[in-house]
Ligand binder design. Sequence first.
Ligand SMILES: CC(C)(COP(=O)(O)OP(=O)(O)OC[C@H]1O[C@@H](n2cnc3c(N)ncnc32)[C@H](O)[C@@H]1OP(=O)(O)O)[C@@H](O)C(=O)NCCC(=O)NCCS
Length: 159
Amino acid sequence: MLVDETHIEFAKLSDANEIGIMSKNDIERGLGWRYTPESVVKLIHDSEKNVVVARVASKLVGFGIMTYHEDQANLDLLAVKRNYQRMKIGTQIVQWLEKVAITAGVFNIFVQVRVSNTGAVAFYKRLGFLVLEEKKGYYRGIEAGIILAKSLRRMFNAQ
Ligand SMILES: CC(C)(COP(=O)(O)OP(=O)(O)OC[C@H]1O[C@@H](n2cnc3c(N)ncnc32)[C@H](O)[C@@H]1OP(=O)(O)O)[C@@H](O)C(=O)NCCC(=O)NCCS
């Protein structure tokens, strides 16, 4: 599949169900289900958040959720469907959200990853994130979290 076939856009309310189910199966597994379709609908309506999806043709193949604060942002959730992984779709979603962050004057993006998710840690490092610390019991007391951050200052200056 060509990367060019991927299209990133704001999520529609009708995407909430699929996003919630992907979160349950691919991100929150074993932790309980917080990002239900109902809560995703609220996030889509939340002005501090951007919920975006990646589509190939009209099919949803990935999503990302970013919260924007005054001068920093947090990448809350990100997932790409298994059959579409390692095709740079995750990279495109993060880059799309980073561009919005830069436009909004955000200088640092934070992200948290389950300690067992070594693939995601490798992915974020590849995108320029640095590991800040590991927090014990970060995920509902069940699993440690790795906290990563990326400075957008260089990209901001290059605009
Ligand atoms: C993490 C995730 C979003 C990455 O999305 P993706 O579209 O597959 O990633 P990309 O194709 O853009 O990867 C870019 C680079 O990151 C690195 N990378 C990505 N996944 C990796 C993995 N599982 N192991 C090691 N490196 C990885 C590679 O360097 C890759 O480049 P390459 O394929 O040329 O080697 C995806 O694996 C996923 O949805 N995982 C399940 C949910 C999850 O863990 N979400 C993150 C926590 S919220």
